[in-house]
Design a protein around this ligand. Structure first.
Ligand code: CMC
Length: 375
């Protein structure tokens, strides 16, 4: 019997392994860079649409490029009636999490996309814009169905972030709310070879299509160790419930080795720059809203202090996201779908990059089972 070639055994979870080259994003200990620009600067000076263009087209847009890109996004916002029907039939099923509905509808939309089987750069850019535009609409329509309200059609006069909130609620957001959602979309847009993006690249690496790769990425993002952490973090804060209960809750969590959701990171060991940006915006919003909203930040900040003092572990972006979306009145099960509304741009950029210089992604496993058994 000949054995497969041997390779050094990686750490569990492929920790520390560089799995390929990419021009899209650099995850640094103190910041995050999208195609050369830091998220600190992008979240102050850019809008989500600028960042989506930067990621998908490869550079900062000129004024006319941005105008054309915005026009394309707005034109692609509506959904085919059949897709709306799928949302109506699935969104209120007791077993259906909004991430599952989103995954199903994205997969279904493939059949209506004339470029579905075309992996050329031009076709993939068109599909990226359609997916970016339509995912926000799926989330909005889904929330309308869950709330029992008529479907709120997209408003072409609103930005991507403003329209997303408008479609979910049927009311136009304030400028502050629109800004917070816009910044959260910028912060969530891209994060190199994280689990969902890597999933998308593995699927794309077989020369499969963009919708399939995105459906797989949505499934990967749903898990509470990844994007699902923003929902899990807020569920945990609701379970804690009061400032008095933080200390006993945390000591019990430490004693039982329960993970504190929204904390820790595979790469960032001294904190996540995205978390401090979003925390600042969410805290200011809660302060303006009053004591009921402030309470959640007070509980969250106490959890943060105990985690950093006793464990040296810091919040990741999902922790302030949970509190911020909650005080804005966004239903918890939509937090991870909103993450998708942003990360779709990073996923599509990676799928295009994978297809532009493809080699099948096919690692080895370290076989630990028996050998030489007789049947
Ligand atoms: N609460 C309590 N202990 C923790 C936490 C946490 N959130 N995170 C890490 N640790 C401890 C862990 O128990 C382990 O301790 P020990 O060595 O004594 O067993 C040590 O730190 C290393 O943890 P790990 O789980 O092996 O680290 P990892 O690099 O495999 O995991 C992580 C990274 C993000 C999965 C993990 O920190 C975690 O489960 N966090 C909670 C879920 C979460 O917030 N996920 C969002 C990630 S960032 C944004 C995104 O992708 O959406």
């Amino acid at each position: 019997m000949t054995s497969a070639p041997t390779a050094p055994k990686p750490k569990a979870g492929l920790e520390g392994i560089i799995a390929g080259d990419s021009d899209i994003c650099a995850v640094e200990q103190d910041t995050l860079i999208y195609r050369g620009y830091s998220i600190g600067e992008l979240s102050e000076k850019a809008k989500f649409e600028d960042v989506a263009y930067l990621l998908l087209a490869g550079g900062k847009p000129s004024a006319s490029e941005l105008e054309a890109f915005n026009r394309d996004l707005v034109a692609e916002r509506s959904l085919p009636d059949d897709a709306i029907d799928i949302i109506k039939r699935t969104a209120t099923q007791p077993a259906a999490h909004p991430m599952d509905v989103l995954r199903t509808v994205v997969s279904y939309l493939a059949h209506f996309d004339p470029d579905c089987q075309d992996n050329s750069p031009e076709a993939e850019l068109r599909k990226s814009k359609r997916l970016t535009a339509k995912i926000a609409t799926i989330i909005g329509h889904m929330q309308n169905v869950i709330d029992g309200r008529d479907i709120v059609k997209p408003d072409p006069s609103l930005s991507h972030a403003g329209n997303l909130l408008y479609m979910m609620r049927g009311e136009k957001p304030t400028a502050e709310e629109e800004k917070i959602i816009d910044v959260s979309l910028i912060l969530y847009a891209e994060h190199d070879f994280n689990a969902s993006t890597f999933t998308g690249r593995v699927i794309a690496g077989t020369l499969s299509d963009m919708h399939g790769a995105v459906a797989g990425a949505i499934a990967a993002l749903k898990g509470p160790l990844h994007g699902g952490a923003n929902e899990a973090a807020m569920d945990m804060l609701k379970e804690i419930g009061s400032i008095e209960n933080v200390e006993p809750f945390m000591q019990n969590a430490f004693a039982t080795k329960r993970k504190i959701m929204g904390f820790g990171h595979r790469v960032y060991k001294n904190g996540d720059h995205r978390a401090s940006i979003l925390h600042g915006l969410g805290r200011a919003y809660a302060d303006n809203k009053g004591a009921d909203a402030q309470k959640w930040f007070e509980i969250g900040e106490k959890v943060q202090n105990i985690m950093s003092d006793e464990k040296g572990i810091f919040p990741n972006v999902d922790f302030p996201c949970g509190m911020t979306y909650f005080v804005m009145g966004i239903p918890v099960p939509q937090y991870t779908p909103i993450f998708v509304a942003s990360r779709i741009t990073g996923w599509c950029a990676h799928i295009m990059e994978q297809h532009s210089n493809n080699r099948l992604i096919r690692p080895l496993s370290n076989y630990t089972g028996p050998m030489g058994l007789n049947w």
